[in-house]
Design a protein around this ligand. Structure first.
Ligand code: LLP
Length: 470
């Protein structure tokens, strides 16, 4: 049972829903802060994004499809850049990356964080200045490190002693080879988020422990390597975090280590990266801070701690992914079937099956994530019914939206749109059940542009070596 199902109640033969889900005043209205900035619904109930009716987009591009609001994406990127002016803001490409988005990031003056060779390829193909790329990962191979060094990546965030040795070796092999390095540390913070996306507690795979002493040893080892230039420490406490207390504790512990490094090793580290993880609103329950507020809070903490420790303030960097791309996209599906399931003899849950599912959004199944959705193709005058939106995969856990009030007359052919799907949906999409991954259609000022096309059956069979037929 999901934690928030505790408040479920049956009322007049229908489920009333979890206690936090308030029935909407009007199923035809959007809750504005869950949607990208150009999204709106007209009198006709049609959802419009980027100056285009979603139904028209579907006529051209079919469903399921991710719709990316370019103005919204750019505005969020700019908001971080402006609020954190003087910082380096890295967009975390793992949330969603394609060459077009990498170019928007560069155009808006942000840097780019990649965490794999594949993401590095996209960044380089997009023409991103390698000096503005940060390279993450807890198991980078020698080949990957060689490529990073050879292409002049701006910073490599090291995560193990093995990697430090590998990187040292790589810089020796390459004539005049050198690398700017950050040491990822574990601050020992229990971030209030899902276990799988928390990364600053001790018992997980990322980082060098501060309390265990490995962080200081790692710094020593980097300082001893002639080809490695130590930029600073890196701390990322987790993802979808709302409470700044976690950042505060992490910053305090990391800066205390920084003071120790200066005292014991005589090294002043010029930079400090506090990672990403800033939460967004998936439902009306979530109340995220805006970049300005985050910037004020974070710089206050760092300023205060540095003064208390008597060390110079490092130049800060952050790595927001979700907070830039998450709200900028929605996913549009077509309803295929609507089924009433009886519970306890009289209460009913409506199951709405759409033409996508866990292959285009695994987050509900994997993290028990909450999403909302709306009827996007018409107005309904029928009152709300509590529905669960599910995908078309052969798995009972293939749920997209656990609970939502949808019009009682929902029928096959209706379009449903799910907001807040920009982060970790397309980037974690799979071909489960040999589904074709949906396209990403960018919209702006009434113009639609496919930035990632829909996969085809040929794509699907391209790696299947037995598929050739004469
Ligand atoms: N920096 C580092 C070192 C990270 O590991 C991450 C995310 C970020 C920045 C960006 O975090 P963001 O601002 O996007 O929260 N698949 C999960 C999230 C995994 C996050 C992994 N690291 C999800 O769907 O919630």
């Amino acid at each position: 049972m999901h934690a928030h199902e505790a408040g479920w109640a049956h009322a007049e033969g229908a489920l009333r829903g979890p206690s936090w889900l308030r029935p909407p005043g009007d199923v035809n209205e959007l809750v504005p802060h869950l949607w990208s900035m150009t999204a709106s619904k007209g009198e006709d109930g049609q959802l419009r994004v980027g100056g285009l009716a979603v139904a028209d987009l579907v006529a051209d591009h079919n469903t399921p499809a991710y719709v990316l609001d370019e103005a919204d994406f750019r505005a969020r990127a700019r908001a971080f850049r402006d609020a954190f002016s003087g910082y380096e803001v890295f967009y975390a490409g793992k949330a969603f990356l394609c060459t077009t988005v990498a170019r928007w990031i560069a155009e808006e003056g942000l840097s780019l964080d990649v965490c794999s060779d594949g993401e590095l390829s996209v960044a380089l193909r997009a023409g991103v200045d390698p000096a503005r790329i940060g390279y993450h990962g807890n198991n980078k191979s020698v080949t990957e490190l060689r490529r990073a060094v050879a292409s002049g990546v701006g910073r490599i965030i090291v995560d193990s002693f093995t990697e430090i040795d590998r990187l040292d070796q790589v810089t020796r092999e390459i004539p005049d080879g050198s690398a700017r390095v950050m040491v990822r540390v574990t601050a020992g913070v229990e971030a209030h988020t899902h276990e799988y996306i928390a990364t600053a507690h001790e018992d997980q795979k990322f980082g060098f422990s501060i309390v265990g002493g490995q962080a200081l040893d790692a710094v020593r080892r980097v300082l001893a390597a002639p080809g490695l230039e130590l930029l600073g420490l890196h701390s990322h406490i987790g993802s979808q975090i709302f409470d700044s207390a976690g950042f505060e504790v992490a910053a305090r512990r990391v800066l205390a280590l920084q003071a120790r490094i200066s005292e014991e090793l005589g090294a002043t580290l010029p930079e400090l990266d506090l990672g990403g993880g800033f939460g967004i609103a998936y439902t009306t329950q979530d109340d995220p801070a805006d970049p300005q507020q985050l910037a004020v809070e974070m710089s206050k903490i760092v300023e205060h701690e540095c003064r208390a420790l008597g060390i110079p303030e490092p130049r800060l960097s952050i790595e927001p992914g979700r907070a830039i791309v998450g709200p900028a996209m929605c996913t549009v599906y077509t309803v295929g079937t609507v089924k009433q399931v009886e519970l306890d003899g009289n209460a009913v849950r409506t199951y709405v099956s759409v033409d996508g599912g866990m292959s285009d959004n695994i987050r509900t199944a994997l993290y028990d994530a909450d999403y909302t959705c709306t009827l996007a193709s018409r107005r309904s005058e029928v009152g709300p019914t509590l529905a669960r939106v599910v995908g078309k995969h052969c798995e009972a856990g293939d749920i997209l939206v656990k609970d939502e009030f949808l019009p009682g007359d929902l029928r096959p052919g209706d379009l449903l749109a799910v907001p807040g799907t920009g982060a970790y949906c397309r980037s974690m999409a799979s071909n489960y059940n040999h589904a074709l991954r949906p396209p990403v259609v960018a919209v702006r000022d009434g113009v639609a542009r496919v930035v990632v096309r829909r996969e085809t059956e040929d794509d699907l069979l391209a790696t299947d070596m037995g598929a050739e037929r004469d």
